[in-house]
Design a protein around this ligand. Structure first.
Ligand code: ACO
Length: 276
């Protein structure tokens, strides 16, 4: 096919509180070109504060989730423009991964197929990750003569124990979905035909919870990883106090009242009813 227009490199469908966002270059195994990176930032920015969006799912059209960076358009063509071209295209990619790491809504990677190299950036950026058992994951950088950059080495050590991360980076072998689950790259690997159903089920559970609390919780989990225990303890006190102010629904008092006074639910077993 002829070159895909920038606006067509990402597909979006918002349904029942879930924004389904797709890498949409199946003919190129959804590898990330500068056009796709620009369009993805536009799309996720536009969705972030829409009230009808509670959860964002990032998946891929066709056989791939994403085959990493586009070797032609992201590397060869920008390198031909010199340092300015290289830095510019790096910033476009990193910008949307960063936006996603600190996104206002919970994000889920639904890895339907190939996931290589640079794709570990958005994989890590998503709060949760589910994959099909026949998906394949690889740090293939070693196979074509570069190191796992763009955050990929960091993602490997964040998600995997050191020995597994080192083997993964040095050998450039692929992991199956089940192996990726065992290594910690994803929450769960499922048969392909059950993947979307499971992700929808998880998203629906999240939709029932207090949105402000979800955002405070996901940020807390990411932030405390790099803090000392004392700093984390202090940060969490302040984050909860900020949440008390941000949560205009006053969720924690509804949560307490429905348990202690109304006795309509048990917090150990489910969430309070937001609609009351
Ligand atoms: N960059 C540029 N083009 C790509 C990429 C990529 N990362 N991945 C796939 N394509 C293109 C192919 O060149 C091919 O284009 P063409 O039709 O114009 O020839 C098209 O997508 C289809 O790819 P095939 O290789 O024919 O698809 P196949 O299903 O046989 O294999 C696979 C899929 C295994 C994903 C293979 O395409 C591949 O190895 N891609 C590269 C994966 C990779 O190493 N990515 C870089 C990681 S490192 C980083 O991101 C920094």
């Amino acid at each position: 096919m002829s070159q895909r227009a920038e606006a067509d490199t990402v597909a979006v469908d918002v349904k029942d509180g879930i924004a389904w966002v797709k890498f949409n270059r199946p003919e190129k195994r959804n590898c990330m070109s500068p056009k796709l990176n620009r369009q993805m930032l536009r799309v996720i920015n536009e969705l972030e504060f829409r009230d009808e969006v509670g959860v964002l799912v990032l998946t891929g059209e066709g056989a791939a989730w994403s085959a990493g960076m586009d070797l032609k358009e992201y590397f060869r063509e920008t390198e031909a423009q010199g340092l300015k071209g290289v830095r510019h295209s790096q910033r476009e990619a990193y910008a949307w991964w960063e936006r996603l790491r600190w996104y206002q809504k919970v994000t889920i990677a639904m890895v339907n197929g190939w996931c290589f190299g640079g794709a570990y950036g958005p994989l890590f950026a998503c709060d949760l990750a589910f994959c099909s058992e026949d998906a394949q994951f690889g740090l293939s950088e070693i196979n074509w003569g570069i190191l796992p950059g763009g955050g990929a080495s960091k993602v490997a050590v964040e998600l995997m124990p050191m020995r597994k991360a080192m083997y993964h980076a040095l050998l450039g072998e692929t992991l199956t979905g089940k192996q990726a689950e065992a290594a910690g790259l994803v929450n769960e690997a499922l048969p392909a035909e059950r993947l979307e159903g499971r992700v929808t089920e998880v998203a629906q559970k999240l939709l029932k919870k207090n949105r402000e609390t979800l955002k405070a919780t996901k940020d807390a989990v990411r932030h405390v990883r790099e803090m000392t225990y004392d700093n984390a303890e202090d940060y969490l006190i302040r984050a909860q106090e900020a949440l008390n102010w941000h949560d205009r629904s006053d969720g924690r008092h509804h949560g307490m009242n429905q348990f202690l006074d109304d006795k309509t639910y048990k917090p150990g077993l489910s969430e309070y009813d937001k609609s009351k």
